[in-house]
Write a protein that binds this ligand. Structure first.
Ligand SMILES: N[C@@H](CCC(=O)N[C@@H](CS)C(=O)NCC(=O)O)C(=O)O
Length: 272
């Protein structure tokens, strides 16, 4: 059964989809722009899990027919397509946070027990909330320059320093070992590192994250960046072809990139 979203999606019996999602030999394809965007943690999880995956780009996202948009569950990206090993079945997972949770669980980045999972989810959610808030109250805000500047100042003087202070406390409670929970990379670490990268792109905001103010958070980022599988991913042709945001200049496309096939992604971009 191929997963397509309304009108053909039937959620009365989901056992076949669960088999695909839970299989250890599934492959993946990921529909998104040629940018890092919201997918830093997701692509890092695929790297940590040594997953076999393909990057799919939309064919004409901005065009009026919007065929690619209508091939997705909520008319936005990202979408992760999970393929059975023989390629006969595909299940689509929408929404970036749902994709992260699924992959984090699959690749053992969501803790060793229910308590660790709750902690990791809470740290991840707290960090994601700050980024969501920043996107809606600053980046995507339609307002006068004065109002925007006021919002920026509030982030620089209150919201980011508060996040740093509180998260530093939690990192110290885990022996300042470069992880929020336990001694391995979890989704909480990946999401925090992704937020730090966004903050560091803005010169004024970068001053909120220094070795003095945020030693624990910087150690989380360093620990991720030194992981052999992350180094391998960052050296890949695909990673180097990604822009930090869609406002950055386009890079040459990586050879392994495919176009969305638009039909519940039957091939998942894996067929030639
Ligand atoms: N809640 C969604 C938001 C997805 C979203 O806004 N995606 C943006 C790119 S980051 C998008 O598809 N923009 C193009 C459009 O809306 O046409 C998620 O977290 O996945």
């Amino acid at each position: 059964m191929v997963a397509t979203y309304p009108p053909t999606c039937n959620n009365a019996d989901t056992s076949a989809q669960a088999v695909v999602l839970d299989a250890s030999d599934s492959t993946f394809s990921l529909l998104y722009f040629d940018s890092i965007g919201v997918l830093g943690p997701t692509r890092n999880l695929l790297a940590l899990g040594k997953a076999q995956w393909t990057q799919l780009y939309p064919q004409d996202w901005e065009n009026s027919d919007n065929l690619d948009k209508h091939s997705t569950p909520f008319e936005v990206m990202p979408v992760l397509y999970v393929h059975s090993k023989d390629g006969s079945q595909t299940v689509a997972i929408a929404e970036s946070k749902t994709i992260e949770l699924y992959l984090a669980k699959k690749f053992n980045c969501l803790g060793k027990n229910s308590y660790e999972e709750a902690l990791i989810s809470a740290f991840t959610s707290s960090t994601a909330s700050l980024l969501d808030d920043f996107m809606s109250s600053v980046i995507n805000l339609k307002a006068s320059p004065e109002v925007k500047q006021e919002q920026v100042n509030h982030f620089l003087t209150v919201k980011i320093p508060n996040w740093v202070r509180i998260h530093e406390q939690h990192l110290r409670a885990n022996q300042s070992n470069g992880h929020y929970v336990g001694d391995t990379i979890t989704l909480a670490d990946l999401r925090a590192a992704a937020l730090i990268e966004v903050i560091q792109r803005f010169p004024h905001a970068a001053q909120c994250i220094t070795p003095e103010t945020a030693p624990g958070l910087l150690k989380v980022k360093e620990t991720i960046n030194h992981h052999p599988k992350i180094i391998e991913w960052r050296n890949s042709e695909l990673f180097k072809s990604l822009r930090s945001s869609r406002l950055s200049p386009q890079q040459p496309k990586a050879s392994e990139v495919k176009l969305n096939d638009r039909e519940g992604n039957k091939t998942g971009g894996l067929a030639a």
